[in-house]
Design a protein around this ligand. Structure first.
Ligand SMILES: Cc1ncc(C[n+]2csc(CCOP(=O)(O)OP(=O)(O)O)c2C)c(N)n1
Length: 374
């Protein structure tokens, strides 16, 4: 059919494309790699108290990780996922949370869990395969360690939905790896969170690797933060080796969520300095030069340099802190080793709200057999 003069005129006036939206992703950083402030620090960093506590938490997390790896090597616990180099993501996130908020951690978040009040003994129990380690004496509402990649994201969105329905001013904080942002669970969770303006903060612990898969093979996107935009969620990057920046970004996102402002996705840029887990050997797929270069950016030396530069930290305090950490870890280890193993019924007891008949019979048999063997 021939085009009318009117249609032709309309077509001529329309530009070929129209820009309907523009986005930008910012990256927040307070301390450079030498520990010098790049801009005025947030209020919590004005004096030595809070920053010193954050520093202590970083050092404790690293010391705990090192001990856990040693315990795995001697067969006392199972496979362990350390956070060497990524401690600031966990510490900054946990310091930004209120006691009433709920953490949804992956398996690499011991630093955050320790700050939240999960005990080292509980963590050791968990990694030794004892589920009593997930029954936190401290943060009772925090979710247990999540090993299935990204499956904690819908849980977090669901909990945030419940907070909203109940009118509770609480925030769900979900920590995921960069590889987790390739999963459907992640997209479903951020989409749901965006639609319902839920009080949830997603923190992407972007350590550059998903086991042996580098980030460039994980996504073609320029940033992971921009994935939020498609869900109508605010997305930003933060220097994940700058604990002040992590805390500030998560604190602001949590405050926004608490006051009804909806979800935020924060991509924390960091680097995994160690193996994926104790079952991994990263030298098989990663250039040692890359790792060496990344050590210059690690978070602990950075904060120590800032504190020392202000006269808030020195060698004596550093030595004393290492001694205290070793002592605390040893005490937890002693308690862990003194803990009698769970009975055979433990593997049945937390599976179902009410155990199906067939499993009830198996449970009874397991207890009986265990009793007979003494
Ligand atoms: C649903 C699911 N698929 C596969 C795995 C096996 N797996 C364990 S860790 C991992 C990589 C995760 O990488 P990332 O999300 O970047 O977290 P990181 O370990 O680097 O902290 C995979 C694929 C799993 N645990 N769960």
């Amino acid at each position: 059919m021939q085009e009318s003069r009117h249609e032709a005129a309309q077509r001529a006036e329309l530009p070929a494309t129209t820009v309907v939206a523009r986005f930008q992703i910012g990256c927040l950083r307070y301390l450079d790699q030498a520990g010098d402030a790049l801009q005025p620090l947030p209020q919590f960093a004005a004096g030595p108290e809070t920053l010193t506590r954050m520093y202590q938490a970083l050092v404790l997390a690293r010391a705990f990780d090192a001990k856990a790896i040693a315990l795995q090597r001697t067969g006392k616990i199972g496979t362990y996922a350390a956070a060497l180099g990524q401690e600031a993501v966990g510490v900054g996130t946990a310091f930004a949370m209120g006691a009433e908020d709920v953490l949804f951690p992956s398996y690499r978040e011991s630093a955050a869990m320790l700050v939240r009040g999960v005990t080292m003994e509980e963590l050791l129990l968990y990694w030794a395969g004892d589920e009593r380690g997930s029954n936190f004496s401290g943060p009772r509402a925090d979710f247990p360690i999540c090993v299935p990649v990204a499956s904690q994201a819908p849980h977090a969105a669901g909990a945030a939905y419940a907070f909203k329905l109940r009118g509770e001013r609480r925030v769900a904080v979900c920590v995921l790896g960069d590889g987790a942002t390739s999963k459907g669970d992640f997209y479903e969770a951020i989409n749901f969170a965006g639609v319902h303006a839920l009080p949830v903060v997603f923190v992407i612990n972007n350590n550059g690797w998903a086991i042996s898969v580098p980030l460039r093979l994980q996504t073609a996107a320029q940033t992971l933060a921009q994935k939020a935009i498609a869900a109508g969620v605010e997305g930003l990057q933060v220097d994940g080796n700058d604990v002040i920046a992590v805390r500030d970004a998560v604190e602001r996102a949590a405050a926004k969520a608490r006051s009804g402002g909806g979800p935020t996705l924060i991509e924390a840029l960091t680097y995994r300095l160690g193996d994926h887990t104790t079952a991994d050997d990263a030298t098989r797929y990663r250039d040692p030069e890359e790792v060496k270069a990344q050590w210059r950016f690690e978070p602990i030396a950075r904060l120590r340099a800032y504190l020392s530069g202000r006269g808030w930290w020195d060698k004596e305090r550093e030595e004393a802190l290492h001694g205290q950490c070793a002592e605390r870890i040893q005490k937890a280890l002693d308690a862990f080793e003194a803990m009698p193993p769970p009975g055979p019924e433990a593997m049945f007891d937390h599976l179902y709200a009410s155990l199906p008949k067939a499993l009830q019979a198996q449970r009874a048999r397991a207890i009986e057999e265990h009793r007979r063997r003494g």
